[in-house]
Design a protein around this ligand. Structure first.
Ligand SMILES: C[S@@+](CC[C@H](N)C(=O)[O-])C[C@H]1O[C@@H](n2cnc3c(N)ncnc32)[C@H](O)[C@@H]1O
Length: 274
């Protein structure tokens, strides 16, 4: 269907004002992009609204969990220039990481995870954490210095605001942004792009979009991680996720594969260069 600009704006407001998204600080560009993608496929405004809501549910994934940002921010405020191993700092980070399924799964192995990752890539001075969720809260386990330019991108404003407050507490620059990286990919140069546990969701949002997205990044290495099993743990996704990565970049670009129990990390060499 063809949607007039006024109807497009009205639909955007309708989605943003649903009880589910009213308080979430959801990036409006994400909703507009879904409206534009879905409109040609739908016969009525009602069908379009439903299709956008269905896709949004998979993108925002509220079922993966969220911490209490206000309460954790209050606790961060009580810390003054804490060292990276301060017990209260680590307690706050652990609580935040545990509250979201993606980071909760990584917690038991995270020291070894970053040891292997940075042994393979070198310690990055500049990082792009793409679709970051709460992953930046693992910074104290990464072994990186506070001079690291850690750019982090997500579409949920309370998450982004909390990450910036956390960065400032640690003495890092507050480089978290509320940005839809598919609509508006960052072009900052970085040593390492981190794109963890989101590429399979990108394929559901817009089949085939990973190829152009990865190629648009100005990074030396792109680390794409994917789950090795489905959320309930009943079957392996390793073969399927290897295929996803192979389908989205030239085979000679895939330098390495790091396998952990629940997550596999593919290291791709400068995906933006031919
Ligand atoms: C499955 S979680 C993964 C979080 C993190 N990368 C990790 O593995 O710990 C996906 C996160 O990406 C965010 N997200 C989804 N689509 C996005 C987009 N197009 N741009 C920026 N962030 C996005 C979601 O809000 C959510 O926080």
């Amino acid at each position: 269907m063809n949607l007039a600009p006024a109807d497009r704006d009205r639909l955007l407001e309708k989605v943003l004002n649903t009880p589910k998204y009213r308080e979430s600080g959801l990036n409006p560009h994400t909703v507009l992009d879904l409206i534009d993608e879905e409109a040609p496929r739908q016969a009525s405004e009602k069908a379009l609204y439903k299709a956008v809501r269905r896709k949004l549910h998979n993108i925002v994934a509220p079922y993966l969990g969220d911490p209490d940002y206000a309460a954790l921010t209050e606790r961060l405020k009580s810390l003054k220039s804490p060292p990276l191993d301060a017990p209260e700092l680590l307690a706050i980070c652990t609580e935040a990481l545990t509250a979201h399924a993606s980071t909760a799964e990584r917690l038991p192995v995270q020291t070894e995870f970053y040891r292997q990752l940075f042994a393979a890539t070198g310690a990055p001075a500049a990082v792009l954490d793409l679709a970051c969720g709460l992953h930046p809260l693992a910074f104290p386990w990464m072994g990186l210095p506070p001079s690291t330019a850690y750019h982090a991108y997500d579409i949920i404003q309370p998450r982004v605001g909390f990450i910036n407050r956390f960065f400032e507490t640690l003495g890092l620059a507050p480089l978290a942004e509320n940005r839809d990286i598919l609509v508006d990919p960052p072009n900052i140069r970085a040593d390492l792009g981190i794109f963890f546990k989101e590429a399979h969701r990108f394929e559901k949002r817009q089949p085939g979009c990973n190829r152009d997205f990865w190629a648009s990044l100005n990074v030396e290495t792109l680390a794409v991680s994917l789950p090795t099993r489905n959320l309930s743990g009943t079957h392996s996704l390793l073969g399927q996720h290897r295929q996803l990565v192979q389908a989205n970049c030239a085979p000679n670009k895939i330098r390495d594969e790091l396998i952990f129990e629940k997550e596999v990390v593919f290291l791709i060499d400068h995906p933006g260069r031919l």
